[in-house]
Design a protein around this ligand. Structure first.
Ligand code: PRP
Ligand code: MN
Ligand code: MG
Length: 183
């Protein structure tokens, strides 16, 4: 594989900015969910970094679970048709649930996921997303906690991939053009 540094255009959000924002989000979640036996649900695979850092910044006791979902059909990524690859292990009836995502792009993944979770009669379902692209949203989604609104650029790092690469970068960056349109 190529050198990650060569394939980067710029750092959009530094490691320090990410960690500061995550502590701020954790403070709000601590206050809002004190005494509520919160279940945080990470959406694999992009949300692994934000889940791990957010969970360690919380002072309330939470449980952690994971879902893996995949868009399919017609080749286009966010078709809105979503398939569950890994379901929750937890029964969420009467539970307070906070879905944790790395990014809301079109909103199609989360729109489907929230409907799916609501049908299980939880006490509440809310969303925490590190990143959101307001210009790309196709389905309006009610998001309780947002880290950063970002421009409609292809971003990588801190869990986010391009063809499964770059997830382990500790910051959010943009991709150099030669990576996705080589010539
Ligand atoms: C990415 C990202 C979000 C979703 C956002 O996941 O992590 O889950 O797309 O896109 P949307 O708002 O347009 O639906 P992806 O399907 O690439 O899987 P991954 O998390 O395993 O990378
Ligand atoms: Mn994802
Ligand atoms: Mg992806």
């Amino acid at each position: 594989a190529a050198d990650m540094g060569m394939d980067l255009e710029k750092v959009l959000i530094s490691e320090e900015e990410l960690q500061t924002k995550i502590k701020e989000l954790a403070g709000k979640i601590d206050a809002d969910y004190a005494g509520k036996n919160l279940l945080i649900v990470g959406v694999l695979k992009g949300a692994v970094m934000i889940m791990a850092d957010l969970a360690r910044s919380l002072h309330i006791e939470v449980q952690m679970d994971w879902m893996a979902v995949s868009s399919y059909g017609a080749g286009t990524k966010s078709s809105g048709v979503v398939r569950t690859l890994k379901d929750l292990d937890t029964d969420i009836a009467d539970r307070h649930v906070l879905v944790v995502e790395d990014i809301i792009d079109s909103g199609l993944t989360l729109s489907w996921l929230i409907h799916n979770l609501e049908s299980r009669r939880p006490a509440s379902v809310e969303i925490c997303t590190l990143l959101r692209k307001p210009e790309a949203v196709k389905v309006p989604i009610d998001v309780k906690y947002v880290g950063f609104d970002i421009p409609n650029e292809f971003v990588i790092g801190y869990g986010l991939d391009y063809a499964e690469r770059f997830r382990n970068l500790p910051f959010i960056g943009t991709l150099a053009r030669h990576v996705y349109s080589p010539e």
